[in-house]
Design a protein around this ligand. Structure first.
Ligand code: MRU
Length: 346
């Protein structure tokens, strides 16, 4: 880990999984320990851990836990007995495709294992996390290479070490570009309703020595109008074959506003986030969460009693609003289905 990269949210240690509880940050830094796969699935649903690649890494470690338990209880029948845990994990959140990608990767290894499964599965889960961190460093360099002019950037949600195996996607580009002195200021949308920006991105950047200014989500357009913002840089939970990108609710309006103000729009995500099995963004399952996320902040009711709420937590940015998709395999400028296909085949 480097100077501007000191945080890890998903850690395998002492034969168990430790997750930094993102529900209580920035007030408290608490790692919770897990040795039960269905408890890990619940932790994903409850957003103890969140962010597409971090969810994928967590699910891979949960499969190790499930296999250890099934092998201890059922011996050679463990493969059959692990399936209900894998199903529970797959049901934990719907939008981030990294969850299904990681489970599929673990499943394909399970088929060939003979004897005790813990060692080979743990090695694969560690590989998934290590490869994610390596991809993030590669994307950091590629994304920074797009920033021809020194300027300010705007980001949305949290896409950093907290949301990935480590280092981050959009925040990885911001880390790399900051190291190269390409960034004058980082603006982070507070990201209503769950406040990933003000609670997590701000905490992560302050902790890693990168100055950050928070913006109310609705202030982004006004800030772009003042000038000096060169790029809006975001992550993604699922990118489809045509280059549509699902990401935290509010990303789409940021993209519309960026285009209007001549600010370039960059989506940064590893290929584990790319779902070539669906052709466009209308097919991405969009998670809706408890309206209470809108009614209350940290348990305190703020909304008028009697109001209803609509709480989709992701939206889809169409390819025509995206200037560049950055993956570890390369940069796709002005994405089209053909360019996406060519990038995935590299
Ligand atoms: O609901 P969350 O906090 O899991 O949503 C996370 C995001 O939308 C991130 O931007 C996305 O997962 C990319 S993280 C590298």
């Amino acid at each position: 880990m480097g100077t501007h990269d000191t945080i890890r949210a998903v850690i395998w240690q002492h034969d168990g999984l430790r997750l930094l509880d993102q529900r209580v940050l920035p007030g408290r830094e608490v790692y919770l320990e897990y040795d039960d796969a269905s408890a890990v699935a619940q932790a994903i649903t409850d957003m103890v851990v969140r962010g597409a690649p971090a969810i994928g890494c967590t699910a891979a470690y949960a499969v190790v836990i499930a296999a250890r338990e099934a092998y201890a209880r059922h011996g050679t029948d463990w493969k059959l007995n692990i399936q209900s845990d894998i199903k529970t994990l797959a049901d934990s959140r719907p939008t981030a495709v990294n969850l299904f990608w990681a489970l599929k990767r673990m499943q394909s290894l399970i088929e060939g294992i003979e004897g005790d499964p813990v060692e080979p599965l743990l090695a694969e889960a560690r590989r998934i996390q290590d490869e994610d961190i390596a991809a993030n460093h590669a994307m950091g360099e590629l994304g920074a290479s797009l920033m021809e002019q020194v300027g300010a950037v705007i980001t949305h949600c949290n896409t950093g070490s907290l949301a990935t195996g480590g280092y981050g996607t959009a925040l990885g580009v911001i880390r790399s570009a900051y190291d190269k002195q390409l960034i004058t200021e980082v603006f982070a949308d507070e990201t209503r309703p769950w406040l990933q920006g003000s609670r997590l991105t701000a905490w992560e950047l302050v902790k890693d020595g990168i100055p950050v200014k928070l913006l109310a989500d609705g202030a982004a357009a006004h800030r772009m109008k003042q000038g000096g913002v060169t790029w809006a840089i975001v992550g993604s939970d699922r990118i489809t074959a045509d280059g549509s990108a699902a990401n935290k609710i509010g990303t789409y309006s940021l993209a519309v506003n960026a285009r209007f103000h001549g600010v370039k729009f960059m989506v940064v995500a590893p290929t584990s986030t790319v779902d070539m099995s669906i052709t466009d963004g209308s097919q991405i399952p969009i998670e809706s969460r408890d309206p209470d996320e809108l009614f209350s902040i940290q348990g305190k009711r703020i909304a008028a009693d009697g109001a209803g709420a609509w709480n989709p937590v992701f939206d889809v940015t169409p390819p025509e609003l995206i200037d560049a998709i950055v993956t570890e395999k390369g940069i796709v400028r002005n994405p089209t289905p053909e360019k996406m296909q060519a990038m995935m085949q590299r």
